[in-house]
Ligand binder design. Structure first.
Ligand code: CP3
Length: 343
């Protein structure tokens, strides 16, 4: 156990002195230290250089008292080894040749990630050494549906018409792609754990675009496959589904130890629905950190109150926005630290 064990204790359903706190995308563009490195390297260069990726993961820990570190990488990283080339530099992800046919899916490779993503695991080993047991290290991956959405659409999308026409037109083609993604992501997370990740988060950012019925068919089984593999390694898991508030019972069925919620659900209400034993993470609107100091403090305290103090990992409902003032992040983290369950 790391010396600061609030996150792991909470994920395992044990009690803590106050809720743990970290931020999705805590390593990144809102920090001038990151911007300085980014001015000299492309995003993928940073991801592929273990020493730099380790350095970027440490930047938010030096600036704030976070209760966890997350490895600097991206959910799309394993795609390249699958033969799905992409760029990530301007205006979000761009897949070079979007996957639209069965013939393309049959050419997708399930790679030996130890070789194709070796730099990620090397970065984790370096980070694990640098952390020296101070705080836990979070590994992560993209869930199969979200990775399929990028691979088929070719970029982010408004209506997801390409992947949905595959879903309703040639479901077996999409299923074959999801199988390959599930196998690859499961292996990617296993390697991260082997390298030193102590908990993993699976991001299904786009699965909330599905109807409950389609989620059950095209997202849930593949999340389950990945999470079962992680469970066998004995590390806890966090599942984030943006927009999953309308079918939380199905999200919970994936079997993650922690469910990460966005801001469109009321935290107390979600906890009632999920039951007292389900640990949750979230869920402040990232835009609150663009507001006044009073507003940030009030909203953060209110979130912690509705979280109930135990079984809650404090976080945002989605990644921190690049324009967030750094002092506001400090204020958010300090507000959580001022909470105590023992008063
Ligand atoms: O949380 C962390 O600090 C770890 C690093 C991390 C990044 N991306 C770094 C990143 C994590 C966990 C991710 C996850 C990720 N990436 C998701 C799932 C979570 C979510 O936010 O929904 C998704 C959908 C992606 C795909 C992705 N990567 C997009 C859409 C973009 C461009 C838009 C954006 O927000 O920047 C990226 C690029 C990216 N990933 C950056 C960073 C720091 C910015 C790159 C830059 O410097 O230009």
């Amino acid at each position: 156990m790391p010396r600061n064990d609030r996150l792991l204790r909470t994920a395992r359903g044990e009690s803590v002195d106050r809720p743990p706190v970290w931020l999705m995308r805590q390593a990144g563009r809102y920090m001038h230290e990151y911007q300085a490195l980014r001015a000299r390297h492309s995003f993928l260069e940073l991801c592929r250089d273990p020493a730099l990726a380790c350095e970027i993961s440490l930047q938010p820990l030096r600036a704030f008292d976070m209760d966890a570190a997350i490895i600097f990488s991206d959910i799309l990283i394993p795609l390249e080894g699958m033969g799905i080339g992409f760029s990530l530099d301007h205006g979000g992800p761009k897949i070079h040749e979007p996957i639209r046919t069965g013939a393309q899916v049959s050419k997708v490779i399930v790679p030996v990630v130890r070789e194709t993503c070796d730099y990620v695991y090397e970065a984790i080993s370096l980070l694990s050494e640098a952390l020296d047991g101070e705080v836990p290290l979070i590994g992560f991956g993209g869930a199969p549906f979200t990775l399929a959405a990028y691979s088929v659409e070719g970029s982010g999308s408004k209506n997801y018409e390409n992947i949905k026409s595959m879903m309703y037109g040639e479901p077996e083609v999409l299923q074959a792609l999801l199988e390959k993604l599930a196998e690859t992501v499961a292996r990617h997370l296993c390697e991260q754990v082997e390298a030193g990740a102590e908990i993993v988060q699976l991001f299904d950012t786009w699965a909330g675009e599905l109807s409950p019925e389609d989620y059950e068919e095209f997202a849930l089984p593949y999340q389950k496959r990945v999470l079962e593999t992680v469970r066998e390694l004995g590390v806890p898991s966090i599942l984030y589904v943006k927009g999953g508030g309308g079918f939380l019972d199905i999200v919970a069925a994936a079997g993650a130890d922690v469910i990460s919620l966005d801001w469109r659900v009321d935290l107390a209400e979600a906890r009632r629905q999920l039951g007292p034993d389900q640990v949750v993470q979230g869920n402040l609107d990232p835009c609150v950190l663009l507001g006044t100091a009073d507003e940030i403090r009030d909203r953060t305290e209110a979130m912690i109150r509705s979280g109930g103090g135990q079984g809650h990992i404090v976080n945002l409902g989605h990644g921190i926005l690049p324009m967030t003032p750094r002092e506001h992040v400090g204020l958010f983290v300090e507000t959580v630290q001022d909470q105590s369950n023992n008063e």
